[in-house]
Design a protein around this ligand. Structure first.
Ligand code: ZN
Ligand code: MN
Length: 492
């Protein structure tokens, strides 16, 4: 029997608001001592009243729009009851049947260029619980996190593979960061994911009892846990004992396996009812305003980088993953055009998008590689977009070959210098000492009779092509000015 996995995700995204969801306590309590960012509201004291945080509602709508959701004009808060020490009121304020955003869609591109779509069922706002801290033989509760605003995003069971689930989460993180509503860092817990998975015979439309895997705090663990569950559940199907009840499993990072936590015979009774202390949210007036303030989203940005600069799709993808790198690349591209004009086009690679491919390639392979080697980042390096653009213009016009350019780039990461300055310093002297330049020039003239003819007929810019060819032959170890002079003399 051939089986296929049915996978859906539930993601909690911590919203990076200044204050908490229903009180004015400081939201980001990283580094604070336990129970110092708390008040009577977020510790659930009797008689207190929750007041919804406008910024959190705004962020929820923004996040909803960014994942293609429809924003109903009205939504409301509900109480979800359960009993646990990290939930001081005995209920969580969340949204049950009228969430702030519904029916979305996210397009994700795989590294091989193929794409897949994931439908979003809903995005609702709620408050986070406190944190239980297990120390020695006791459990302590830190209420700093209690009341942190969360956007819970629920997907449809549209994932076909664990790898796609991971890619989707990475795209979601990028979207949340791009629109500025969350740091969405899984390792730090500001994006948390539960994965639901069941297997079914290929082609079957039915859903079978699923496993809910919790405690997945990295992209890798999501992928691994799902792979593990596919193997575990497939084995059960193949021995004619498929899962008959829904279960909750935890992910054991050390043992790289899921562990049964509990079985759910029936749906939990959370005794949902509307939160009587908060009136319905009427948001019709602010939806357009939020939509208009939306920054360029990753998918649009990738397409624009390809259209506007002719970056290769893989380069565009890598650039969009890092806003700093992307800004650097865009600045470099506009500077590069200016440099090419200054240098006189000559035989440039400007046409047919070759410049975008050249610059994109140099950034994603050479520059990133050198930064890693030298333990530098885009933020710490001394290389400016202007100097990088000048270097690229020199490469594009074949004034320096890639070996020399790599060496220059390595230096330019550490000192803020222009490549032409460095070239002069590195020694026109050493270039002059190179033997064989006259012979190489003779050969280049001999091998390019058409170019030489056109040059003589007035296409003076073609000299740059011959300079470039000579530089290539000399492996960059020659002075372009000198070559140009010798070429002109010899051609006459
Ligand atoms: Zn509070
Ligand atoms: Mn939730």
């Amino acid at each position: 029997m051939e089986l296929e996995p049915v996978i859906g995700l539930e993601i909690h995204v911590q919203l990076a608001t200044k204050s908490k969801m229903f009180c004015s306590c400081q939201n980001d309590s990283e580094g604070l001592a336990g129970n110092t960012a708390i008040c009577p509201i977020c510790t659930g004291q009797p008689g207190t009243l929750p007041v919804p945080n406008g910024q959190a509602i705004n962020y929820g709508i923004k996040a909803g729009l960014a994942i293609g959701c429809r924003i109903p004009n009205e939504s409301k808060f509900d109480r979800k009851h359960y009993f646990y020490p990290d939930l001081p009121k005995g209920y969580q304020i969340t949204q049950y049947d009228e969430p702030v955003a519904v029916e979305g869609m996210v397009n994700v591109e795989r590294p091989d260029g193929t794409t897949f779509q994931i439908r979003i069922e809903r995005l609702h706002l709620e408050e986070d619980a406190a944190k239980n801290v297990h120390l020695d033989n006791a459990t302590y509760v830190d209420y700093n996190r209690a009341g942190t605003p969360l956007a819970e995003i629920v997907t449809r069971p549209d994932f076909k593979t664990p790898a796609d689930a991971k890619l989707f989460l990475q795209e979601l993180r990028l979207i949340m960061r791009t629109i500025g509503v969350s740091n969405a860092d899984m390792e730090k817990g500001n994006m948390r994911c539960d994965a639901n998975i069941s297997m079914r015979p290929h082609g079957d439309e039915k859903y079978y009892p699923k496993t809910e895997v919790k405690n997945l705090n990295s992209f890798r663990s999501v992928e691994r846990a799902l792979e593990y569950e596919i193997k575990r559940q497939s084995a059960l199907w193949h021995t004619n004992t498929p899962p008959i009840v829904t279960t909750t499993h935890g992910w054991d990072e050390a043992r790289q396996q899921t562990v049964l936590q509990r079985t759910k015979e029936a749906a939990n009774d959370y005794r949902y009812f509307p939160e009587p202390d908060i009136p319905p949210l009427l948001v019709a007036d602010i939806i357009d305003e939020i939509r208009n303030s939306m920054p360029e989203l990753p998918t649009a940005k990738r397409h624009r980088l390809q259209d506007e600069y002719q970056f290769k799709p893989t380069d565009a993808r890598q650039l969009v993953d890092s806003p700093e790198l992307c800004a650097f690349a865009e600045n470099a591209m506009s500077e590069c055009a200016a440099w090419l004009d200054t240098l006189g086009d000559g035989n440039t690679e400007r046409d047919a998008g070759a410049l975008g491919k050249l610059v994109g390639g140099w950034i994603t392979s050479k520059l990133l590689g050198l930064l890693a080697t030298h333990n530098e980042t885009i933020a710490t390096m001394k290389l400016t977009p202007e100097n990088f653009a000048e270097l690229m213009a020199l490469v594009a016009t074949r004034r320096v070959n890639s070996t020399i350019a790599s060496k220059l780039l390595e230096t330019m990461i550490k000192v803020e210098r222009s490549p032409q300055e460095l070239l002069e310093e590195m020694g026109v002297g050493s270039m002059e000492e190179t033997t064989g330049l006259p012979e190489v020039i003779d050969r280049i003239i001999l091998n390019n009779p058409l170019i030489v003819e056109q040059y003589k007929n007035g296409k003076v810019k073609l000299i740059e092509f011959l300079v470039g060819q000579t530089m290539k032959e000399m492996k960059g170890a020659a002075d372009p000015e000198e070559i140009r002079k010798m070429l002109k003399e010899k051609i006459g």
